[in-house]
Ligand binder design. Structure first.
Ligand code: FES
Length: 170
């Protein structure tokens, strides 16, 4: 079976094939390859999963099982910024639900969704180990702690502004 590859993705598939060559087909390489594939494509759509399945000669159900099992992997396209609101106990007790509601309202978004302009994806996470800063929100790699709902509009604005600046610089 041939996988259909869009022209715009050919470069990405070339990079992925190099990685698959390097990793070989030993036990345990699948997760590493999936992680790198997600770094390249930004997410793991079905045609990427089936490409990996063909190259490694393992069933697509095995690949998909791993992708679905680990929350680290995403089968949906992610926004430029992923906002992860911690709903672990410490954060929850300190008002994480209100912070989450404020983000939903600010972006008109539900958990698991991405804004139409592909800027923000909203996720609920478990404890990220920064309980002393509860309630905690991660935006990509940045940790923001001790937030209240009233902090949310300016926080979101900071990131939206970064994008605008990049566009203006071009
Ligand atoms: S409970 Fe939120 S960081 Fe630990």
């Amino acid at each position: 079976m041939e996988t259909y590859i869009k022209e715009s993705e050919q470069e990405n598939f070339k990079k992925l094939d190099v990685i698959i060559e390097e990793q070989g087909n030993e036990q345990g390489t699948l997760i590493r390859i999936l992680k790198k594939a997600q770094d390249i494509f930004g997410y793991l759509p079905e045609h990427v999963q089936s490409h990996i399945s063909l190259k490694l000669d393992i069933p697509i159900s095995t690949v998909n099982g791993v992708v679905s099992f680990y929350s680290l992997f995403s089968q949906e396209k992610q926004g430029k910024y992923t906002i992860g609101v911690c709903l672990g106990t410490a954060c929850y007790v300190k008002g994480a639900q209100d912070v989450l509601d404020a983000i939903k309202e600010e972006l008109s978004l539900d958990v698991g969704e991405t804004t139409l302009d592909q800027q923000f994806t909203l996720k609920a996470t478990r404890c990220i180990g920064a309980c002393g800063l509860a309630p905690v929100v991660m935006i990509n790699e940045d940790v923001h702690g001790r937030l209240s709902p009233s902090d949310i509009p300016s926080l979101i604005h900071q990131y939206a502004k970064k994008t605008e600046e990049v566009i203006e610089e071009k």
